[in-house]
Every structure is written in C-alpha cells, then in structure tokens.
Design a protein around this ligand. Structure first.
Ligand SMILES: *[C@@H]1O[C@H](CO)[C@@H](O)[C@H](O)[C@H]1NC(C)=O
Ligand SMILES: *[C@@H]1O[C@H](CO)[C@@H](O)[C@H](O)[C@H]1NC(C)=O
Ligand SMILES: *[C@@H]1O[C@H](CO)[C@@H](O)[C@H](O)[C@H]1NC(C)=O
Ligand SMILES: *[C@@H]1O[C@H](CO)[C@@H](O)[C@H](O)[C@H]1NC(C)=O
Ligand SMILES: *[C@@H]1O[C@H](CO)[C@@H](O)[C@H](O)[C@H]1NC(C)=O
Ligand SMILES: *[C@@H]1O[C@H](CO)[C@@H](O)[C@H](O)[C@H]1NC(C)=O
Ligand SMILES: *[C@@H]1O[C@H](CO)[C@@H](O)[C@H](O)[C@H]1NC(C)=O
Ligand SMILES: *[C@@H]1O[C@H](CO)[C@@H](O)[C@H](O)[C@H]1NC(C)=O
Ligand SMILES: *[C@@H]1O[C@H](CO)[C@@H](O)[C@H](O)[C@H]1NC(C)=O
Ligand SMILES: *[C@@H]1O[C@H](CO)[C@@H](O)[C@H](O)[C@H]1NC(C)=O
Length: 584
C-alpha cells in the first residue's frame, strides 16, 4: 500500500507555526515500535512546529543529566601508563617487557595523517538540543523494532555534544594528531533545507576551535547517514534528484563557515551502506513509488551527483583541505580458481566499491556489470554529468575493515542473471567468510558484527588493488578500520574491559599491513581508527563495541583501552613525524 504524506506548510513556515494542534485522531503513531497505528496520519495535511514534528514522528526523547558544555579536565598522568604487552619475547625473562625489533624497511612517511574517528548520531546525544531536527535514524531507533536489536537510541549517546572538550583533550593527551567527526545535517538545517540553525553552527565552531587549540586537526564528514527526516518525507530523501540541491546548499554553509580550518573533507560516508538501507521500513515514512529492490540504485545515482557538485563547490571556494568521499567494503578473494568465481568477484567489485569509485576515479560512469543493470532502470548519466563526476576526489578514502571470499551463486552466474527471483539477483555473486578448507578467513569479531573477521593478512594486497584499479594522485587513506571485541559488552569490570587482546592484535597486525604496503610502493597517506570511543553501532545499538576508549553509559566516564596504546605505538616506532603527547 502506498501512503501519501503531505505537510501543508513549507519548511520555513513550519518552524514558527503553531497553527493546529495534533490530536490522536489526526496524528498519533504508536510509540516504542510497531508500524503507524493510524496510517492516515501520513495522508493528513498538518501544520506543525519543530517540537510537534518530533512528537509526531519520533515520540519522547531521553535527555542527559549533563546538558551544558563541560570544560576539559586534565588527563591524569596515571591514565597515560601503557598496559603490559600482549606479545611476549620467545625467551621470557619474566619482565613482561620483550625487545621488539624495529623493521628498518618500514615507515609512515612525513605528513602521514592518522587519528581516530566518530559520527554525529553515534556519539553526540543531545537529540533535540538547540534546535536539532529529527533524522531518519531517530525514527529507526525509536519506532522500528525491525531495525534495532535492543531498543537503543542516540538520544543521549556518549553525550559528546556536551563533553567534546574532554574528548579532544583525551586524544590530544596521547598525541593523536587528527580527529575525524561528522556534522549533523539536521542540526544545521532542522528540515534539511530552509532556515539555518545558528546555534548548531556555534556548537561546531567551538568543536573545531577546541581541536585546533589542542593541536588536533579536524577531519569533517558532511553526511554520515543521519538524513534529515523532513527530506525523506517530502520527496523520498536520496531517492529523489531534488536532494542534490539541498545537499549542496548544506555543504555551502559548512564549507563557508569552516573553510580552511579543516584538513580533510569527506562529503559522504559509505554510500553503499546507506543506499542499501532503502527501502525503508513501511509506514514510518511517506511512501515512494520506486520498486523496492531498485531504490538503492536511485539513491546511489543522486549521491554521485550530490558528491560531485559539492566537490566542485568546495574547489570553487578555494578550500585548501582535500575533498573526497568515504567508500567502503572488504577485499574480495575468489573462493576457487573457477572462471565463474572470477566473474562473480568482478561483479562484486562492480556492484560495491566500483559503484562509486569508477564514476569518481575513472570516467564518470558506472562499471560494466552494474551499468548493464541500472541502465534498464533509466539510471544513466548524461555526458555533462559524467564530466561533472569524473575526477571529483583528491584521494581515495576507504573504510577497509575486513576481507571475504566471493563466489558464483549456486547454479552459476548465468542462471542467476536469467532469473530475477534469485535472492542474489541482480548482483549475482555470493560471499562467505569460510575458506575452502573449512576455516574462518580469520578470527570472528563480536556476534553482533558477523560481517567482520580479522583478515589483516589481505590488507597489503587490498591496498594495492585499490591503487591499481582506481588510481588517485592523492593516494589512499584508510578512513576507517577497527574491531568489535567479542563479547566485550558482557564484561562487568572496567579493568577487564580495558584490556582488549583481540583489538590489540587487530591494530598491531593492521598497522604492520599498512607498513608492508607502503614499503612495497603503495601510496597510503593516512588512516583513521574507528572509533574514538564506544558508541551507538546503528541498528546493533550499544552491544558491539568498537571504541579504543570505553564509555560508561551511566557516568559517561571515558577510559583508554589497551588497544589505544597499541595503535599509538605503531606511530611512536614508525612515524617520521614525531608523536607529541600534549599533557594538559
Ligand atoms: C494537502 O495540501 C496540498 C496543498 O495545499 C493539496 O494540494 C493537497 O491536496 C492536500 N492533501 C490532502 C490529503 O488534503
Ligand atoms: C538540563 O538538566 C536539568 C537538570 O536535569 C533540567 O532541569 C533542564 O531542564 C535541562 N535543560 C535542558 C536544555 O535539557
Ligand atoms: C523493545 O521495545 C518493545 C516495544 O516496547 C518491547 O516489546 C521489547 O521487549 C523491547 N526490547 C528490548 C530488548 O528491550
Ligand atoms: C589551510 O589554510 C589555513 C589557514 O590559512 C592554514 O592554517 C592551513 O595550514 C592550510 N592548510 C593546508 C593544508 O594548506
Ligand atoms: C588458484 O591458483 C593459484 C595459482 O595457480 C594457486 O596458488 C591457488 O592455490 C589456487 N587457489 C585455489 C583456491 O585453488
Ligand atoms: C576522467 O578524468 C581523467 C583525469 O582525472 C581523465 O584522464 C579521463 O580521460 C576522464 N575520463 C572521461 C571519460 O572523461
Ligand atoms: C550462498 O552461499 C551459501 C554458502 O556460503 C549457500 O548456503 C547459499 O545457498 C548460497 N546462495 C545462493 C543463492 O547461491
Ligand atoms: C528462479 O529462482 C527461484 C528462487 O530461487 C526459484 O524458486 C525458481 O525455480 C527459479 N526459476 C528458474 C526458472 O530457475
Ligand atoms: C559504570 O558506572 C556505574 C555508576 O558509577 C558503576 O556502578 C558501574 O560499575 C560502572 N561500570 C563499570 C564497568 O565500571
Ligand atoms: C620487514 O619488512 C619487509 C618489507 O615489508 C618485509 O619483507 C620483511 O619480511 C619484514 N621483516 C620482518 C622480520 O618482519
């Protein structure tokens, strides 16, 4: 069933209007999950203000007891003591202090940028503070039991909105030189477009100034999945080309405000993933008429146009930071040497990384196997659009967590392509983490992150593949990588939580993999560890933990995990630029 949702007033009018009062008859949607109790809410023309908009589509939102900006307190030197090492010498002395031999062939060249990363909805909290409008993720977490596993929301998150000074002081104390975070579009534009919310900009002014004061360089992502709800309800969000202009208008405000204070800009985070969120669950958003299975490709089409226009705008404004988008996905290894598996692997690249990388890094157009399909949907770029998109990234940013095997579907690629009912159609490739011998490709991460195995052995090959396939003059940045320590959420004492051997191993191996790639001539220019601290892992709530810092969700106290020291050690040993801890 298709539902119509119409707001009577344009966005600008909504903010000030208190025209009509919502009643259960014309607008109540059940709280705490379940589809719309009264779907006619979507068909009513209503005039509401921002608070009523929240109330109607999201419902009650939790607030934190700490709700004003907290000054940074100095990090006590007692917290800056590294843990006992995970790896012991082959001839133990009992000293727990083995000699680690430096490999003289390895180095992170001068200028290598490294740090830790976050995203607005995952850490900020303060969901309604200072005029923030709702995003689709507020609806997902509050309303849709089919999406979240644990009814967790980002209402309070890590309360970073008020605690950012402390968070920046804590990474500066360890000498971390870059902090990658995202700006919440629906803070800056509560309706995604229309009036700008000056309070939000003032917040990000201070976040960026605080970074600079502490010698931490800001890396900013414009869009990390938190689409303003209004844009989804008005025209289907990324499903409509209308979003291109609205995204660019948002980029213009942020670029104009922060300009050369930002070292690296990312327009979009992981479009493969957020486009794959479509189709959204029914009855929480206004309906769209595009066939469900094809919605993601419409999203991708508009993402490419929006990214490209934002990139061109940034260049025309003379921004001196790099501009790119964050692509994502694991290395794809053929399960066998059959020609059908080789074909499946190429199809997997084309339907994933290549979807966004070929247009931006090669020629403005989709890769072959994807193009064969999306051209049947009318998704073709004009010559002008190809020219617009081609070459719109200053480096190749990849969120490269893991690797997997890929193979043809049961019955083969050709049979799948001939049968649109095949569950793997239209990609027609299959994947597994289990190798032909029956072993996992590497140790599994947490049970809530079944997509993640520790497969760092493949990272040098992966980085070389990226360099060879989608060359970028600015090199490759591993814009996210990280590890969900198995069962970490079940640990009950802080000391147990903080000593995280799986994550220590992941970072040690991963950093060595980058060093090997660099030593073999791959131009890796930076890396950003996910995440600065434990946070809302989207639909998986607070169960999987990716932080290099623990956050006590009762007290909001932050604590360094052992793996944070492992990560920093790599730079202490191998960076040509010195690691400078700032003790404040
Ligand atoms: C809502 O308002 C618009 C513009 O006034 C009008 O075109 C539309 O028919 C109305 N829809 C409903 C369901 O009343
Ligand atoms: C902040 O918290 C205090 C105490 O819990 C509360 O009285 C106040 O209304 C809150 N303010 C905001 C803006 O949430
Ligand atoms: C989530 O909320 C729904 C609706 O209130 C409830 O039925 C369910 O038990 C909750 N789940 C958890 C894990 O708390
Ligand atoms: C960009 O410009 C700012 C302000 O002039 C300057 O501080 C910064 O070093 C520049 N960054 C680069 C990468 O040139
Ligand atoms: C594929 O062929 C290569 C080179 O001949 C060989 O090293 C490798 O073991 C083969 N892989 C499989 C899964 O058979
Ligand atoms: C895309 O841009 C690159 C340079 O960035 C150029 O070499 C190539 O010819 C362009 N391709 C097309 C199809 O315009
Ligand atoms: C995909 O591979 C799995 C084994 O990993 C298999 O069980 C499943 O049937 C395959 N699916 C299709 C549609 O080929
Ligand atoms: C197409 O795939 C569906 C789902 O796997 C299957 O039930 C059906 O038999 C297949 N049709 C043909 C003609 O193979
Ligand atoms: C988190 O803080 C609460 C309140 O102080 C405390 O009871 C709890 O033990 C802490 N959790 C851990 C794992 O330290
Ligand atoms: C040192 O690095 C080189 C180049 O990456 C590598 O070939 C060699 O195996 C490394 N040595 C050790 C002991 O890891």
């Amino acid at each position: 069933m298709f539902l119509l949702f119409a707001l009577a007033a344009p966005a600008a009018a909504l903010i000030n209007s208190t025209g009509s009062v919502l009643t259960p008859e014309n607008g109540t949607i059940s709280i705490n999950g379940g589809e719309a109790a009264n779907p006619s809410a979507f068909t009513a023309n209503i005039t509401i203000n921002l608070q009523q908009y929240w109330d109607l589509f999201v419902g009650p939102v939790a607030t934190a007891t700490i709700n004003t900006t907290v000054a940074a307190t100095p990090v006590p030197t007692s917290e800056l003591v590294p843990p006992p090492p995970l790896y012991y010498s082959s001839f133990p002395t009992g000293a727990q202090n083995p000699t680690v031999l430096k490999n003289e062939s390895w180095k992170f060249p001068s200028g290598f940028f490294w740090g830790v990363a976050s995203a607005a909805y995952q850490i900020e909290g303060a969901a309604q503070a200072e005029g923030r409008g709702p995003s689709v993720w507020d609806v997902f977490t509050h309303r849709s039991t089919s999406i979240t596993v644990n009814n967790d929301t980002g209402d309070v998150g890590c309360n970073e909105y008020y605690m950012y000074k402390q968070d920046i002081a804590r990474i500066a104390a360890l000498g971390v030189p870059y902090y990658s975070f995202s700006i919440s579009w629906s803070r800056v534009f509560p309706y995604g477009k229309g009036p700008v919310n000056e309070l939000a900009l003032q917040h990000y002014d201070d976040l960026i100034e605080t970074c600079l004061q502490y010698g931490v360089k800001p890396v900013v992502t414009l869009f990390h999945w938190d689409l303003p709800l209004f844009l989804q309800n008005e025209y289907g969000g990324w499903l409509s080309e209308e979003i291109v202009g609205d995204f660019v208008a948002y980029a213009k405000v942020v670029f104009g405000r922060y300009g050369n204070k930002v070292s690296h800009w990312f327009t979009m985070n992981e479009p493969i993933v957020f486009c794959d969120e479509y189709p959204y669950p029914k009855n929480y958003f206004s309906a769209v008429t595009i066939a469900e299975a094809d919605q993601k490709y419409f999203c991708g089409h508009h993402v490419l146009l929006a990214h490209a226009e934002a990139y061109r705008l940034g260049k025309s404004l003379g921004l001196n930071g790099t501009i790119a988008f964050k692509n994502n996905g694991g290395y794809k290894i053929p399960l066998t040497n059959s020609t059908d598996d080789a074909l499946a692997v190429q199809r997997a690249w084309d339907f994933n990384e290549g979807w966004f990388a070929n247009p931006v890094y090669l020629n403005g157009d989709y890769p072959k196997y994807l193009k064969d399909y999306v051209s049947t949907l009318g998704l073709e770029f004009t010559a002008d659009q190809k020219a617009l998109i081609n070459g719109t990234a200053d480096l190749f940013a990849h969120d490269a967590y893991t690797s997997s095997f890929y193979m043809a579907p049961d019955g083969g690629v050709a049979a799948c392509l001939a049968n649109s009912s095949n569950s793997l159609y239209p990609g027609c490739f299959n994947t597994t983490n289990v190798n032909p011998d029956g072993w996992n490709i590497g140790p599994a991460a947490d049970i809530y992150t079944p997509w993640l195995n520790q497969a760092t052995d493949w990272v040098p090959l992966f980085l070389r593949y990226i360099q060879d396939t989608w060359p970028s003059a600015g090199g490759i940045a591993v814009s996210e990588f990280g590890w969900a320590e198995p069962f970490e959420h079940l640990k009950t004492t802080k000391v147990d939580i903080l000593y995280d051997p799986g994550r220590m191993m992941y970072y040690k191996n991963y950093m060595e993999a980058i060093l090997i790639a660099i030593s073999e001539g791959v131009n890796v220019v930076g890396c950003l560890a996910w995440a600065i601290m434990d946070n809302l892992e989207w639909a998986d709530g607070y169960l999987p933990k990716f932080g290099v810092q623990y956050v006590n969700l009762t007290t909001f106290e932050r604590s360094y995990k052992a793996s944070f020291f492992t990560y920093i050690d790599a730079f202490k040993v191998y960076a040509e630029d010195p690691v400078v801890p700032v003790y404040v």
